[in-house]
Design a protein around this ligand. Structure first.
Ligand code: DGI
Ligand code: FE
Ligand code: FE
Length: 188
């Protein structure tokens, strides 16, 4: 699918603010793919659609998770996690995106997962460091992302976990599994 068509499909699903975020993720994901040898077309498509389901009603996202083979434990954790799997499902159904690697990058863009692919990492990181993001620590991760994808990714995951802990929120186990796997790999 051409960029123009994909952007048109996504624009009507999002607020203007979230659409601007999506454009930032798209540019950043393409830059990361270029830098780290990823597939630029897949990065572009996954980035454009990553937040497709962000504004769907919680009940709709819940129903998708219940009925379409997603892990049910997602429902016991923060509903912020739901738009990622729901997005993967809806983007396939409504936008006809069929590339399983693109769909997985969308599905895991919030929680991460053990065994993240290069594309998963690019989307997770692009979502975190796109130019419209302004939270504490983001500049450090931007700098790291110029050199080392895994080091930047682990910093982003650590920051997210700390952010959740400080707010007394739950952390989905896959986020910890992702953290553990990459931190061990970096130790070697
Ligand atoms: O959709 P975005 O706002 O662009 O970003 P996102 O998809 O990464 O999700 C946003 C939030 O989800 C982020 O502020 C942290 C929150 N969140 C809630 N529970 C978890 C979680 N993030 C992770 N990684 N793991 C969780 O368990
Ligand atoms: Fe998201
Ligand atoms: Fe996002």
């Amino acid at each position: 699918m051409e960029r123009e068509e994909a952007l048109n499909l996504v624009k009507v699903q999002l607020t203007d603010h979230r659409y601007q975020h999506t454009l930032g993720v798209m540019e950043t994901a393409i830059a990361l793919a270029k830098r780290f040898g990823g597939n630029e077309q897949q990065a572009e498509l996954a980035a454009i659609f990553h937040d497709y389901a962000k504004f769907r009603p919680k009940e709709e996202m819940k129903e998708i998770i219940v009925s379409h083979g997603f892990p049910q434990d997602l429902l016991e954790f923060n509903s912020e996690l739901w738009h990622a799997p729901a997005g993967a499902y809806l983007v396939k159904k409504e936008a006809g995106i069929s590339d399983p690697e693109v769909l997985d990058a969308i599905r895991y863009h919030t929680s991460g997962r053990p065994g993240m692919t290069l594309l998963d990492k690019i989307i997770y990181l692009a979502d975190y460091i796109e130019p419209g993001r302004h939270f504490p620590g983001v500049e450090e991760v931007r700098e790291m992302a110029k050199e080392n994808l895994d080091k930047a990714l682990i910093k982003a995951i650590q920051n997210t976990i700390v952010f959740l802990l400080k707010k007394n929120q739950t952390v989905y186990p896959d986020t910890f599994y992702t953290y553990n796997e990459i931190i061990k790999k970096l130790e070697d």
